[in-house]
Design a protein around this ligand. Structure first.
Ligand code: ADP
Ligand code: MG
Length: 296
């Protein structure tokens, strides 16, 4: 333990003439990172992750350390933490996206509805339809708005005929809150839409194949505040049908859209709790330091 002076005027916004608060606060290097505090379990888990490790560069980089967490059915789980703490690495484990990175190894167990997703016999193509992904930068295909949404259902054989496919496209665009804005120009290129519309198109594309889980890696970081608000509203609505895991560097966003929040630090899952608890009454010193803006 070391005594640290906290609460200077800059950090806490206290008036300059107030005395600094002196309290015992353990140094970061003395804190226990290896035991996750809070509650890793979900009442009705859709995915169960146990003792997950991620290595890059054939073992030279240890990016995720012994992470265990459940992801509940029809919940939004937010993953927060300083840059480089492993949020994207962990998110990519959930649909085996790390498989595409040369020299990356994943260890541990990740189950979707009790099926081990790292089972060698499992085909990753249908897995990635069941666990869809939305990336930081909207990445529509260089095709029409219609084709962006129709592509997945067509290759996965979800439509019996053209009118079925039209129905799926319409339903997906409606669920992504984009239909009214694009219904008269479905033949135009997806890349011609605004950034916020493109991201909702990517969400429509993800939901068109009826995924069980949707992974989102900082989906609003390239969007302006109005487009961000629309996407956040959409995430809130989508939770009623899908399980969503969202990485965000915005604590306000995590607080607005999620029911549970996981705080990562240096590859460890430090704390996971109800979102409200994490932001108002965090259990771990590091979580508190992060949410009060002492680092990030
Ligand atoms: P976050 O998303 O929280 O910013 P990342 O998951 O991207 O963190 O990174 C976690 C750690 O893994 C970092 O140290 C980063 O440098 C390393 N890392 C991420 N991707 C790769 C990669 N493809 N090759 C090597 N190291 C990587
Ligand atoms: Mg990241």
């Amino acid at each position: 333990m070391s005594t640290t002076v906290v609460g200077d005027a800059v950090e806490t916004g206290l008036e300059m003439n107030m005395l600094p608060v002196v309290q015992d606060e353990p140094a970061v290097e003395d804190l226990d990172l290896e035991t996750t505090v809070g509650d890793i379990s979900a009442a009705n888990p859709r995915m169960i992750c146990r003792n997950v490790d991620v290595f890059y560069d054939h073992g030279a980089v240890h990016a995720i350390r012994d992470v265990s967490i459940d992801i509940g059915n029809e919940e939004v789980l937010a993953m927060i933490g300083p840059s480089g703490c492993g949020k994207s690495s962990f998110l990519r484990c959930l649909n085996r996206m790390n498989d595409t990175i040369e020299g990356c190894q994943v260890r541990g167990s990740i189950k979707l509805d009790n099926q081990e997703i790292y089972d060698n016999r499992l085909d990753v193509v249908p897995l990635r339809a069941r666990i869809g992904m939305v990336f930081q930068k909207p990445n529509p295909f260089p095709k029409s708005i219609y084709e962006n949404v129709a592509y997945g259902p067509r290759i996965h054989g979800l439509a019996a005929n053209k009118s079925d496919l039209d129905g799926i496209v319409e339903k997906s665009l409606k669920r992504a809150a984009l239909w009214d804005e694009v219904k008269d120009r479905l033949g135009q290129p997806g890349t011609g839409l605004s950034g916020g519309q493109q991201q909702r198109l990517c969400i429509a594309r993800a939901i068109s194949v009826q995924p069980e889980v949707i992974l989102m890696d900082e989906p609003c970081s390239a969007l302006d505040p109005i487009a961000t608000a629309k996407v956040e509203e959409l995430i809130y609505e989508l939770r009623k049908r899908f399980t969503i895991v969202i990485v965000t560097h915005s604590m306000q966003q995590a607080a607005r859209v999620s029911q549970r929040t996981a705080y990562f630090h240096l590859g460890y899952l430090v704390e996971v709790n109800e979102t409200n608890t994490v932001f108002t009454n965090p259990e771990h010193q590091l979580t508190e330091s992060y949410i009060t803006g002492r680092f990030g």
